[in-house]
Write a protein that binds this ligand. Structure first.
Ligand SMILES: Nc1ncnc2c1ncn2[C@@H]1O[C@H](COP(=O)(O)OP(=O)(O)OP(=O)(O)O)[C@@H](O)[C@H]1O
Length: 310
């Protein structure tokens, strides 16, 4: 349905997005996951024709949309990261304004506004001024604005960043309902692995402007089928110990945070003896040693050497 081909964007010669190929099939829910600055927003801005790519194509049902964005705008609903609401107007008045941008009016607009408010759970607050809303409620008004023209594809750019847990759950449930019950195709960007895991059939992992892995959760996890994830808690830790652990044979990645080491090691490599030896030398004790089932976070760590929230 929607496809990007070798999509790239540079700002003043600096590459923000490089050679991104992604596709969305009709009815799919696809995640775009990556840390801050990975290039997710820039990719979305190109798809929604807010900015022009430096290179590459964006295709809607096989037709390049870069020169002719009209059809794309008609079927696409985009919820940007930045809120764009009039604080002194009510939720209803804001939606009326957004509807007029889509040239909607009269009964059609009224029905759409009420449906969108219903979906985001703000029907009974529609007369209240937006300035009285919590961050999560404002975000929900923004989502309602993107739903007014009943888009076939909905793109959400990190919709749950910085909002209360109740609104967050509401948004996740709402996206799931739109996808499963209304058949809306979803592209959901996030740097929360668990959200994307919950909501999406497939995901793309981006880092430094590039897609570094893509596939279903099972496919991505199979990247780690030859590895173990081990958590080690220590009573104290220093950088030279971490460096020496990194150089143990069979260890592929080590992430140190507070008094914990997260280690990705070749399956079956017997690292415990070497760990005990090294911790002894550093007068440090192992408090806990635990092998874990790998998660998508571990896939990210394996691919980039960093955690998602670095
Ligand atoms: N208008 C711009 N001018 C210059 N550089 C930009 C511009 N927009 C984005 N960038 C740069 O492009 C890179 C990708 O940014 P982008 O906002 O797409 O990442 P992101 O994955 O959406 O991260 P975030 O979650 O922080 O929004 C970053 O290095 C950013 O500084």
């Amino acid at each position: 349905m929607l496809e990007t081909v070798h999509l790239s964007k540079s700002f003043k010669g600096k590459k923000a997005v490089q050679d991104v190929n992604l596709f969305l099939n009709k009815g799919e829910s696809v995640g775009l996951l990556g840390p801050n600055g990975a290039g997710k927003s820039t990719t979305i801005s190109m798809i929604s024709s807010l900015i022009k790519p430096t290179e590459g194509e964006i295709k809607l049902n096989g037709i390049n949309t870069i020169q002719k964005p009209g059809e794309m705008r008609r079927i696409l609903g985009v919820v940007p990261q930045e809120l764009a609401l009039y604080q002194e107007l009510s939720a209803y008045e804001n939606l009326k304004f957004f509807g007029s941008i889509y040239k909607m009016k009269g009964k059609e607009l009224e029905t759409s506004i009420q449906e969108a408010l219903d979906i985001v759970g703000l029907k009974d607050r529609q007369k209240d001024l937006v300035k009285t809303f919590s961050g999560g409620m404002k975000r929900r008004v923004n989502i309602a604005a993107a739903l007014l023209h009943q888009p076939q594809i909905l793109i959400l750019d990190e919709p749950t960043v910085g909002i209360d847990p109740q609104s967050r759950n509401h948004i996740l449930e709402m996206v799931r309902m739109l996808n499963e019950q209304k058949g809306t195709t979803v592209l959901y960007t996030s740097h929360y692995m668990e959200e994307v895991e919950q909501l999406c059939d497939r995901l793309y992992i981006m880092d430094h402007g590039e897609v570094i892995a893509a596939g279903s959760k099972a496919e991505l996890l199979s990247i780690l089928s030859t590895e173990d994830t081990i958590k080690v808690a220590l009573d104290k830790m220093d950088e030279s110990l971490v460096e020496q652990v990194r150089s143990i044979d069979g260890i592929r990645k080590v992430e140190a945070a507070q008094l914990q080491l997260k280690i990705i090691a070749k399956k079956g490599s017997n690292i415990i003896n070497k760990l005990v030896y090294l911790t002894d030398q550093h007068h440090t004790q192992i408090i806990q040693f635990q092998t874990e089932t790998p998660s998508l976070e571990d896939v990210f760590l394996h691919l980039t050497g960093r955690t998602l929230r670095d």
